[in-house]
Design a protein around this ligand. Structure first.
Ligand SMILES: Cc1cc2nc3c(=O)[nH]c(=O)nc-3n(C[C@H](O)[C@H](O)[C@H](O)COP(=O)(O)OP(=O)(O)OC[C@H]3O[C@@H](n4cnc5c(N)ncnc54)[C@H](O)[C@@H]3O)c2cc1C
Length: 302
């Protein structure tokens, strides 16, 4: 495919937010380029059963269909990472890893989040085979089984409480509980087995998770491990442009049109904060795509 030097809209990210934005922008008859690698989308390793109107679909298959749809409506695709973004004279210039410089009138940042990792043996190898970073997404796969949640903040504690509705036994492994008193009381009254001042040494298993080994040498026999240590937005590119973040400096701040504080720059998906779910990502992508196209058309006329 020939990639042009100028586009009306450039989208950073080829996950569900970026692809939905591309579909809606391209259908507004503006030129669109989507940048990024599909294998780096959070969705790539997911198995989705909570997205309306679709059941039990692999994330990899969904991304392939999304890319095809966006291309069918005229969006160009370039599987390259972006290294820099700058603005000048109502245009944005994007520099890619191969050294291309691409200009656009309007920019959508949909670069997702990076889940905080535990950093122990077994975590990477058993991802998608019992290791999960999302209770909301995967709880239903552990009906009647024994599971462990790792983390001591509110996401981990509410995740453990949610899992009680699915799993037979729920362990919560944390250094310290860092939650409000009401949540602490809820946890104390629940059936969750709390291992405070404990640290995971290793996640073990051959073809799937078989257990978690703690630093004191004890082992919890579980078939699911939910790592709930939070996430951070992949927002280096956005902050280079001066895009404003939320009060906790974790996510891109947008209004209901998915506009950032910088005219012509929009954001969508996980980078805008939780819930980190595909349904939210595509909704925001749709809004960002439509508004970025309208903005680009206005710049064209001016
Ligand atoms: C294991 C797992 C299971 C999940 N299961 C579910 C589920 O069952 N249901 C559900 O709703 N959600 C699920 N999720 C969450 C869902 O995948 C995310 O909410 C969704 O993918 C967010 O979409 P996004 O487009 O914002 O970001 P992503 O899909 O993460 O896409 C980000 C994109 O930005 C690109 N990018 C990043 N940096 C750059 C750069 N410098 N230059 C160019 N491109 C860049 C990446 O390559 C990627 O293409 C799951 C997530 C994980 C990790």
């Amino acid at each position: 495919m020939t990639v042009k030097a100028n586009y009306d809209v450039i989208i950073l990210g080829t996950g569900p937010a970026g692809l939905q934005a591309a579909i809606h922008a391209a259908r507004k008859k503006v030129s669109v380029l989507v940048l990024g690698k599909e294998t780096k989308s959070s969705l790539f390793h997911a198995h989705v059963e909570n997205f309306c109107c679709l059941f039990n679909v692999s994330g990899e298959d969904m991304l392939a269909v999304g890319r095809q749809q966006a291309a069918n409506f005229g969006a160009d695709m370039l599987e390259e990472d972006v290294l820099g973004v700058a603005s000048a004279d109502s245009l944005f210039r994007v520099t890619t890893e191969s050294g291309r410089a691409l200009d656009c009138k309007s920019l959508i940042v949909a670069t997702g989040t990076a889940r905080n990792k535990l950093g122990v043996a077994g975590e990477k190898d058993l991802l998608g085979k019992g290791v999960s970073y999302c209770v909301e997404c995967d709880a239903n796969f552990y009906k009647g089984e024994d599971v462990a949640v790792i983390g001591g903040a509110s996401a981990a504690v509410s995740g453990a409480l949610t899992l009680l509705d699915y799993a037979a036994t729920v362990h919560l492994v944390c250094g310290e509980l860092e939650v409000a008193d009401t949540l602490k009381a809820q946890l104390a009254q629940s059936a969750v087995i709390v291992h405070e001042k404990a640290k995971v040494k290793e996640i073990v298993g051959q073809t799937g998770v078989e257990g978690v080994v703690l630093e004191d040498g004890s082992k919890l026999a579980v078939s699911g491990v939910f790592i709930e240590l939070g996430a951070k937005g992949v927002m280096e590119l956005a902050t280079h442009l001066g895009v404003r973040l939320d009060d906790e400096m974790k996510y891109v701040d947008t209004n209901k049109k998915m506009e950032t504080n910088i005219p012509g720059v929009y954001a969508a998906g996980d980078i805008c904060g939780p819930p980190w779910q595909m349904a939210k990502a595509v909704g925001e992508g749709c809004v960002a795509g439509l508004n970025a196209a309208i903005y680009a058309k206005k710049v064209r006329k001016s």
